[in-house]
Design a protein around this ligand. Structure first.
Ligand code: GRF
Length: 216
């Protein structure tokens, strides 16, 4: 089976990376990880990658004069490893317009909110403070504007009065792992295409259930 060649770019713990590693370990999964790149030497995800026998490299942004040099090195490593799809998974560096346009429609990101709400940081804390009744996560193609781009998949979870930032992070992370691996599969199977500002899909199920919280 032809497999889509992935890079996973991280900065921290790498639980999404772990979910992608686990998915790729299944023989019928249509993607494989060619390289894991962290911009932070201490990222726990580097350890996860090495333990799984993957090529794991640190490209430390602090060692580069400017963003262009850092991104040129990223680009070189991605090309060297014949990467076809770049998966940002907790990669905490904004990428410049040049780099993003070179990987247009070939780079995806997971964001811990239901975009276009709550772009940026501290998404769960802000949603709890606002009394929002749902939180969630979004897998999307990357555009130069932060947390913007055609939406591939979203998952919503309820926010309860007892939730803390930590409990909500955990509830949403479970869903992140599900939609990240499912979204990569859809892309690898050629079932997602970007058309204008949106994604269009082939052979996809659309649930018609309404979500209401609190339950009346
Ligand atoms: C996730 O919440 C992701 O949505 C955000 O950064 C976090 C990364 O978590 N972009 P992990 O490193 O995959 O555990």
């Amino acid at each position: 089976m032809r497999k889509l060649k992935l890079a996973v770019m991280i900065s921290g713990s790498g639980t999404n990376l772990q979910a992608i590693i686990d998915a790729c370990n299944a023989p019928e999964y249509p993607a494989e990880i060619m390289v894991v790149i962290s911009n932070r030497p201490t990222a726990k995800g580097l350890e996860r990658a090495r333990q799984s026998g993957l090529t794991a490299v640190c490209i430390d942004h602090t060692e580069y004069e400017n963003r262009a040099d850092f991104e040129a090195e990223l680009h070189t490593r991605l090309k060297e490893n014949e990467v076809e799809l770049v998966c940002l998974a907790g990669f905490m560096r904004l990428l410049g317009a040049d780099f993003v346009s070179r990987w247009k429609d070939r780079m995806i990101n997971i964001h811990p909110s239901l975009l276009p709400s709550y772009k940026g940081l501290h998404t769960h804390e802000r949603a709890i403070e606002d009394g929002a009744k749902f939180g969630g996560c979004t897998l999307h193609f990357v555009r130069p504007e932060m947390d913007d781009g055609p939406i591939i998949m979203q998952a919503a979870v309820p926010i309860t009065p007892d939730d803390t930032e930590q409990s909500l992070i955990q509830r949403v992370l479970v869903q992140e792992h599900i939609i990240y691996t499912a979204g990569i599969r859809m892309i690898a199977e050629g079932r997602v295409r970007v058309s204008g500002r949106k994604c269009v899909f082939k052979d996809t199920n659309w649930p018609e259930t309404n979500l209401i919280s609190p339950t009346p």
